[in-house]
Ligand binder design. Structure first.
Ligand code: 5RP
Length: 217
């Protein structure tokens, strides 16, 4: 099976958890794109979706799924999203696609966060994947210096601006032994909009597609 087929497989597995949900929170990325396709094929109960990015909004609309404003729907029952890394505690690195801020907002506003991924995303310790941090433009250099103090090697994501109009710094070589503490520490740096560690709002359920099965934990 190709990686893309595994992504489709985990997306199909997630559909079982949203079949009777009226409003679904939808993440961003190539795995989620499969989930959106599956959602469009299983939308008898669906009233609409809350989107985490312009890219997702476009795909949802194209497939006839109404996109709703988070401010008008209250708490969401379920949020489905991918990840760049997943540890055994269901803590994640996200933001490879640059949508981390809206993803974190929709995850926080949802009762259940289902993370879907192929097996390549599973790690013991987070940090091999460069840690994305969305920052206020004028704080870019300051935040980068603070990340050096924390042991990382920051690199500006060239030619990229988030949906919120901000740059993203990718921080290499972080060994994230305590994701919860590091998320709080980075959150406290002035100028940080969002760090791509999802430990405060980690996944509630992870669905990993392998060749043979769906592993859930
Ligand atoms: C986007 C994300 C994505 O969920 C993450 O990058 C995984 O993407 P993909 O499913 O394409 O591997 O956090 O900001």
């Amino acid at each position: 099976m190709t990686q893309d087929e595994l992504k489709r497989k985990t997306a199909e597995a997630a559909i079982e958890y949203v079949k009777d949900v009226a409003i679904v929170g939808v993440g961003t990325g190539s795995t989620v794109n499969h989930f959106i396709d599956c959602l469009a094929e299983n939308k008898s109960y669906l009233e609409g979706a809350v989107s985490s990015s312009e890219m997702t909004t476009e795909r949802l609309k194209k497939l006839g799924i109404p996109v709703l404003d988070l401010n008008s729907v209250g708490e969401l029952e379920v949020y489905v999203d991918g990840a760049d890394e997943i540890n055994p505690h269901k803590q994640l690195i996200k933001g490879g696609g640059g949508a981390l801020t809206r993803e974190k907002i929709v995850a926080a506003a949802s009762r259940k966060f289902i993370c879907i991924a192929d097996q390549s995303k599973q790690v013991d310790i987070l940090g091999k994947f460069p840690l994305p941090i969305e920052v206020i433009p004028m704080a870019q250099s300051y935040v980068a210096r603070e990340m050096v103090k924390l042991g990382g090697q920051p690199e500006l994501r060239e030619g990229f601006t988030s949906d919120n109009g901000n740059p993203i710094i990718d921080v290499h070589n972080m060994d994230i032994l305590d994701p919860l503490e590091l998320e709080k520490t980075i959150n406290n740096i002035a100028g940080v909009v969002t760090v791509g560690i999802f430990a405060i709002h980690k996944a509630d359920l992870v669905l990993i597609a392998t060749e043979d099965e769906i592993i859930s934990f």
